[in-house]
Design a protein around this ligand. Sequence first.
Ligand SMILES: Nc1ncnc2c1ncn2[C@@H]1O[C@H](COP(=O)(O)OP(=O)(O)O)[C@@H](O)[C@H]1O
Ligand SMILES: Cc1ncc(COP(=O)(O)O)c(C=O)c1O
Length: 275
Amino acid sequence: MRRRQKRIALINDITGFGRCSVAVELPLISAMKIQACPLPTAILSVHTGFEHHYLDDYTARMKPYMDSWEKNQLSFDGICTGFLGSVKQIAIVEEFIRRFKQPYTRVMVDPVMGDNGKLYSSYNMEMCAEMRRLLAYADLVTPNLTEACILLDIPYPKDGQVTNEELEYMASELASQGPSQVIITGLHGEDSLRNFIYEAGRGKVLTVEKVGGDRSGTGDAFAAIVAGSLINGESLEEAAVKAAEFIKKCLGYAVKLDLPWNYGLPFEEYLRELK
Ligand SMILES: Nc1ncnc2c1ncn2[C@@H]1O[C@H](COP(=O)(O)OP(=O)(O)O)[C@@H](O)[C@H]1O
Ligand SMILES: Cc1ncc(COP(=O)(O)O)c(C=O)c1O
């Protein structure tokens, strides 16, 4: 059989400035020697963390776009979904997975819906319910704590503090809805941050030093590096550690540059170190 490079479809927005979504995922995944193929959900001038953004919704164009991919008989080793703009888009993603998922395709859902206990302004409860349906198709899901609570329909804990036992319970409940691998990301402590990984009935806490404050695009960078590592055959733990350490390094450089939070991660500086 003809050998080819591994290939990941990225269903996410394309944003010109601010280093988020496809603009982050594509270079990181390419650096990991995997072909990255975007299916845009929207095109933005800057991300929504800027005061003035221009947004061109791509919903109506997503179907003909994927029809063309199907007619060209394209297939993917991975499908990564990210920021979705409407109930209709979530249904399109579901259709995409049904049409393109092969037995060897790994579906990785980053359920971008909210942070710090609050839904993003573009989200509503109907979209959250639809996002829950995507779990059934996912092999991996990477929510932050807010998103994990929304997916499980449980209240966000006071001050965002959770015990490892509570995380284990949440991750196992998420896994029971479909994904065999779960990472609950960005659990903030005083000077450190936890990522909780879960698979085959077992959870593990990974701790990373906290550098600077919140910064846009960290979730996208995390999802992209984890996806690339898994497609390259690394373990869930190796993938999560690689992502967290790379992001930490970029955050250190952002602090050094005194980069505004919404300019994202200056990942270009370390791109060649990502293997
Ligand atoms: N201040 C920080 N210091 C160190 N690592 C961070 C920091 N912020 C984010 N990260 C890393 O990036 C990952 C994703 O960030 P997170 O805030 O959870 O994403 P999201 O944007 O999806 O909420 C975290 O799990 C962590 O590994
Ligand atoms: C359109 C869009 N996509 C992606 C992101 C980045 O999300 P994250 O910081 O979770 O990686 C944002 C953040 O504001 C956004 O507005």
